[in-house]
Design a protein around this ligand. Structure first.
Ligand SMILES: [Zn+2]
Length: 222
C-alpha cells in the first residue's frame, strides 16, 4: 500500500460511510498508517465537502501530528487517531471515527451494544467509555483505554468503543476491515432498536442469551 493508494481508499470509504448513513455531515474522520506516516481525512470533510473528497485532499501527517502534505486542516479529532496508531500499531493500521445513525441512539443513552447477530459475535459487546468532551486529550485517553485488552480483536478484524453523546471510535487491521465492522455494528444496533420499537426488545435479549449458549456449547469460534 502506497500513499497515493491509501489517499484514494480513504476518499472512497469516506463517501461510502456518508452514503450509507454510517456517518453524517457533522463529523467523522478516517486515518490509515502507511509506513511511518498517516493518511487522514481533513477537517470538515462532512460539513464542507459532504464527504466528496478528492484523493489529494486527504492529508499526509507525521506520527507527531504535523501535516506533511495536502490542503486543509488536520481534524480536531486527530489526537484520538494519533493515540490509537501509536499504542496499537502492532495490531491495526486503520482508524474510523463515525457518527452512525443507529448507534448514535446508544451513544445518547450511554448504553453498550451487545451482539444480537452472528456477524457481530467476533466483536463482543461494544462498550461505552467514560464521557470526555469532543476534541479533548481525555477523550483520546479514554478511547485508548477502552480498546486496551481487545488488541486480538483489532488484529483479527476490528474493535471499537462508544464515546457517550458522540459516536464510535474503531480501529481495524486495515481500512476495509474497519469499514466492514462499522457497518456490522450499526446494523446490529438497528436490529436491537427495531426489535424494541416493535415490542420485541425482551425477546431479542432472550434469543441473544440462547444463541450465545448454543455457540458456547458448540465450542466453535466465530
Ligand atoms: Zn465526532
Amino acid at each position: 500500500m502506497n500513499i497515493a493508494t491509501a489517499r484514494d481508499h480513504i476518499a472512497r470509504i469516506g463517501g461510502l460511510l456518508f452514503e450509507r448513513r454510517l456517518t453524517d455531515a457533522a463529523g467523522g474522520n478516517i486515518s490509515m498508517r502507511v509506513g511511518d506516516v498517516l493518511c487522514m481525512s481533513p477537517s470538515y470533510s462532512g460539513g464542507k465537502r459532504q464527504w466528496r473528497l478528492e484523493p489529494d485532499r486527504v492529508l499526509v501527517v507525521g506520527m507527531d501530528g504535523e501535516k506533511l502534505e495536502g490542503e486543509g486542516q488536520i481534524s480536531r479529532e486527530a489526537n484520538v487517531h494519533l493515540r490509537l496508531h501509536e499504542e496499537f500499531c502492532d495490531y491495526g493500521t486503520a482508524v474510523i471515527h463515525a457518527h452512525p445513525r443507529n448507534l448514535l441512539v446508544f451513544a445518547a443513552l450511554e448504553e453498550p451494544v451487545p451482539p444480537v447477530l452472528e456477524a457481530n459475535l467476533k466483536f463482543g459487546e461494544i462498550r461505552c467509555v467514560p464521557y470526555a468532551p469532543a476534541h479533548s486529550p481525555e477523550l483520546a485517553e479514554n478511547v485508548a483505554a477502552g480498546i486496551r485488552g481487545q488488541e486480538v480483536k483489532v488484529r483479527e478484524q476490528a474493535y471499537g468503543v462508544i464515546a457517550p453523546w458522540h459516536g464510535l471510535f474503531l480501529m481495524g487491521k486495515d481500512l476495509d476491515a474497519a469499514f466492514d465492522a462499522v457497518e456490522r455494528i450499526d446494523t446490529n444496533a438497528r436490529t436491537i432498536l427495531l426489535a424494541r420499537m416493535s415490542g420485541q426488545g425482551e425477546r431479542v435479549e432472550e434469543k441473544r442469551r440462547a444463541l450465545l449458549g448454543s455457540v458456547e456449547a458448540s465450542g466453535k469460534e466465530h
